[in-house]
Design a protein around this ligand. Structure first.
Ligand code: MGD
Ligand code: MGD
Ligand code: SF4
Ligand code: MO
Length: 599
């Protein structure tokens, strides 16, 4: 049966992000949420397996009956299983069709594969020698530290309380289950590991740094990708390396909220701080975002459940509206849920703009599955706000229309601002993905996908963005830092990563480790490393460390790689110059050849 695939966050998938080697992670990423009527039509019961096929791949998922999902659609958790069947085409924006892809679904008696199995099919080799080691050093006895910042999602909650004992975080208070799972994660990688003849061998940091510098120096089209999972000081060193080697540097926004940035570049950003939303907003709209699974404390700290300086009965006075293609967890607790057809956002924004302009007569009876009356009622609610806040998710940037959806959302905000006060904030995913856009922009002029190969910066999502470059096999060396394409990129990208020198810099063994030639472990920001991160509303916060580390942090490691590149580059230039000098004594300059052409 042909169905529409939508993929995204679930709370349980998120709880396993720092346990990707575990069977529980594979269990969570291989689920297929499907409407009971569709299950019946395929002739299956909940829990039976299905095979999902696209032009790119085929793999097995376990069904979960979910009346929340629209008939004719399936919802897959974000992870290696969904991406095993995902074509890498990004339609020139950098982000593939994570949320709108036609797939073929049929019953199967085959078993679900583990994430490691999938990565091995993509050309990788699993890493499963866990020592349960611990590179952190806590103070003697038991220590409790308050007001710690959670380095997981763009909310950067700053009220976490951690208890440390025996070099580990042993208790975590106030965080949601995602933050909690990250703070308590244990399987850190203890030493750099290198793939030698198909097996993993431990090597020294010095050797790892030398290898990285060498391959980067000799690369023709090196890509440095990730950066959302590290602090901004490290991002700045990374940009310097990219410039030094004439490489490309890209960050996770190219596959995430990059399209939101493209829209903002076109029509501006009516933003505000989260504090303003908390104190003033009486209408909050989550559009294509599901914070209960992806930013679990957003509602209690800034919207639905938070108190407010200016609203007397904040939780009852505030109206929460959710627009999604399925009845997500957040939709269930909203005052109003508008269910639209997949990819129908652009039309719905246009319809709302028309209504607000007094042109509702031009509208048909339904727009993208939403009755006209519902839209008129929604427009009234929006107009009646004293302060309205839109939070837009990747349901807009990764579905049909991509950046144009966000552009139209901003233009709706513009329209509403003729009548009352409205703002829009993208629900930035990683804890420092917004930081990547700040550092990239202030150092290079562009927010992501920056190509230094021309000697000046060049930015063209769809051409200089990571998924496009890898899928076209353009990259000959890749450094992955603070990101896990092994779990989150379409399979074609991983298949290419497995054929080139790929260096992973990450505190944990991750899915990308499988396709890497070298993995260098580092201290983890927010636990044993510190630095600046930018919250989703662009407020910079200093993420503190709570323990010392026996490993370098990202900034330090990258500085050492940069220094080695500069030294070896110097040596190569000196050797090259010496060669030219010696040849120029042999080759007469007046024979028409410039000395360096002979070298
Ligand atoms: N649990 C968990 N939390 C995370 C992460 C994680 O991996 N796991 N990752 C973090 C990251 S990187 C990010 S970017 C954020 C993302 O956070 P969100 O933006 O909330 O991301 P998703 O859950 O992928 O998608 C949001 C919603 O878009 C809906 N959607 C799909 N298609 C359409 C459409 O055509 N129109 C509309 N209006 N909606 C549509 C989906 O049904 C889904 O409910 O989460 C962050 N937090
Ligand atoms: N099917 C499907 N696929 C998707 C999506 C989808 O909706 N559906 N969403 C896409 C989106 S929006 C995104 S952003 C990506 C997910 O984006 P990824 O970047 O792949 O997300 P994570 O797996 O959380 O990777 C973060 C990494 O940072 C590491 N890390 C944590 N702290 C530190 C540190 O201090 N230093 C370093 N060096 N590393 C650190 C963690 O160990 C982890 O490996 O997935 C994309 N893929
Ligand atoms: S909402 Fe985000 S920042 Fe806050 S505790 Fe949860 S994961 Fe951490
Ligand atoms: Mo993201």
């Amino acid at each position: 049966m042909k169905m529409m695939m939508n993929s995204g966050r679930t709370i349980k998938q998120g709880e396993q992000l720092y346990y990707k080697e575990s069977p529980e992670y594979s269990e969570q990423t291989s689920l297929c949420f499907i409407h009971p009527a569709d299950l019946f039509e395929i002739g299956l019961e909940e829990g039976d397996n299905v095979e999902i096929e696209t032009e790119t791949g085929i793999t097995v998922f376990k069904t979960v009956a979910s009346p929340e999902v629209a008939q004719g659609e399936v919802y897959l958790p974000c992870g290696p299983h969904a991406n095993f069947i995902l074509p890498p085409d990004t339609h020139s924006v950098g982000a593939p069709d994570f949320k709108t892809l036609m797939v073929e679904i049929r019953p199967t008696s085959k078993e679900v594969l583990s994430s490691w199995d999938l990565l091995e099919e993509e050309g990788g080799i699993r890493y499963d020698k866990f020592s349960n080691g611990c590179p952190t050093i806590s103070p003697e006895g038991t220590t409790t530290i308050k007001d710690v910042i959670c380095p997981l999602c763009g909310c950067l909650c700053d009220d976490i309380e951690l208890t440390l004992r025996d070099n580990r975080v042993v208790e975590c208070k106030n965080a949601c289950s995602l933050g909690n799972a990250k703070f308590l994660a244990k399987n850190r990688l203890m030493k750099p590991i290198k793939k030698v003849e198909g097996a993993w061998e431990e090597i020294s940091y010095e050797e790892a740094i030398g290898y990285t510098a060498d391959v980067l120096l000799n690369a023709k089209r090196p890509l440095l990708f990730g950066w959302s999972g590290t602090h901004s000081e490290a991002q700045c060193v990374g940009i310097t390396i990219a410039e030094c080697i004439g490489g490309i540097i890209d960050n996770c926004s190219s596959e995430c909220h990059g399209p939101s940035i493209m829209a903002i570049q076109e029509v501006g950003h009516p933003g505000c701080t989260l504090g303003q939303v908390r104190q003033r907003a009486d209408v909050v709209v989550y559009w294509g975002a599901n914070p209960l699974a992806a930013h679990p404390r957003h509602l209690s700290r800034y919207s639905t459940y938070s108190d407010s300086h200016f609203l007397e009965n904040a939780s009852s006075d505030r109206r929460i509206i959710v627009v999604d293609v399925r009845e997500s967890e957040t939709a269930k607790i909203a005052d109003e849920f508008i269910q639209i057809k997949s990819g129908g956002d652009y039309a719905v924004f246009s319809a709302l703009r028309a209504i607000i302009l007094g042109k509702e007569g031009v509208l048909p009876d339904t727009v993208a599955g939403v009755p006209k009356d519902t839209l008129i009622k929604l427009a009234k609610t929006l107009l009646n706000a004293r302060f309205g806040a839109f939070f837009t998710g990747i349901g807009l940037t990764q579905s049909k229309g991509k950046y144009k959806n966000v552009r139209n959302a901003i233009e709706l905000i513009d329209e509403l601002n003729r009548h009352t006060k409205y703002t829009l904030t993208p629900m930035r995913g990683h804890w420092n993905v917004n930081g990547t856009n700040q550092t990239f922009t202030f150092l290079t002029g562009y927010p992501y996908a920056v190509d230094f190969s021309r000697g000046v910066t060049y930015f063209n999502p769809g051409e200089t963005s990571a998924i496009d470059l890898l899928a076209k096999k353009e990259v000959d060396v890749c450094v992955i830092i603070g990101s896990d394409p092994g779990a989150h990129f379409p399979r074609a990208c991983n298949e290419h990563l497995a054929t080139i020198p790929t260096i992973v810099i990450d505190p944990f063994p991750i899915m990308s480790t499988a396709v890497a030639t070298l993995h260098i472990p580092v201290a983890m920001t927010g636990v044993d490393a510190e630095g600046i991160a930018y919250r989703m509303d662009t407020v910079p916060l200093r993420v503190q460390k709570v323990m010392d580390s026996t490993q370098p942090d990202d900034a330090e490691l990258l500085r050492r790689i940069l220094k080695t590149i500069q030294e070896r580059n110097e040596q190569q230039i000196t050797a090259h110059t010496r060669e030219i000098d010696s040849q120029s004594t042999i080759i007469p300059v007046d024979d028409g050849r410039r000395p360096h052409q002979s070298g």
